[in-house]
Design a protein around this ligand. Structure first.
Ligand SMILES: [Fe+2]
Ligand SMILES: [Fe+2]
Length: 158
């Protein structure tokens, strides 16, 4: 997992994490912090193992740790964080030895992670891991959370 540790120590990665933290300081809804990134990475790995999907562990972790890394741009200028995040992820992944094919797989999954309609098996895993990572059943802000405005039901367990 050397490449994953390299991502976690990447100066641009850490800068983005801190910008997101500052932008979400007063947020009452779920935050997009390192705990969320790691939850999504681990859930993606669990889903892949349980469903016998042959995915490289480092790809799953890179995808989870980077999927919301563009979130600060959405607060700063309204850019969709999935689009912004895939561009930032591409630069970070390239710095740490991920091949062009690996980078494309990861950045496509990041770009699609809000859609719900899976463009690839990995994008589908990321989408589900992201949803499952949130503890909505016990959340005090659920009544006004936009996640539930379209009738979606809260669920706790995978
Ligand atoms: Fe997201
Ligand atoms: Fe997320």
């Amino acid at each position: 997992m050397k490449r994953i540790n390299d991502i976690l120590n990447d100066p641009e990665y850490l800068l983005c994490v801190n910008r997101i933290r500052a932008a979400e300081a007063d947020r009452i809804y779920c935050r997009h912090d390192p705990a969320h990134f790691l939850d999504v990475a681990r859930l993606a790995r669990i889903i892949a193992l349980e469903e016998n999907f042959d995915a490289d562990k480092e790809l799953l972790y890179a995808m989870g740790l980077l999927h919301d890394i563009g979130r600060h741009t959405e607060y700063e200028n309204g850019t969709d964080h999935a689009i912004a995040g895939s561009k930032i992820a591409e630069k970070i992944l390239a710095r740490h030895g991920f091949t062009k094919t690996e980078r494309e797989t990861i950045t496509e999954a990041i770009e699609d992670h809000r859609a719900g309609s899976a463009a690839s098996p990995l994008a589908d895993i990321l989408y589900r891991a992201d949803k499952l990572s949130r503890n909505c059943v016990l959340c005090d802000a659920a009544a006004t959370c936009k996640r539930f405005q379209n009738g979606e039901k809260a669920f706790l367990l995978y």
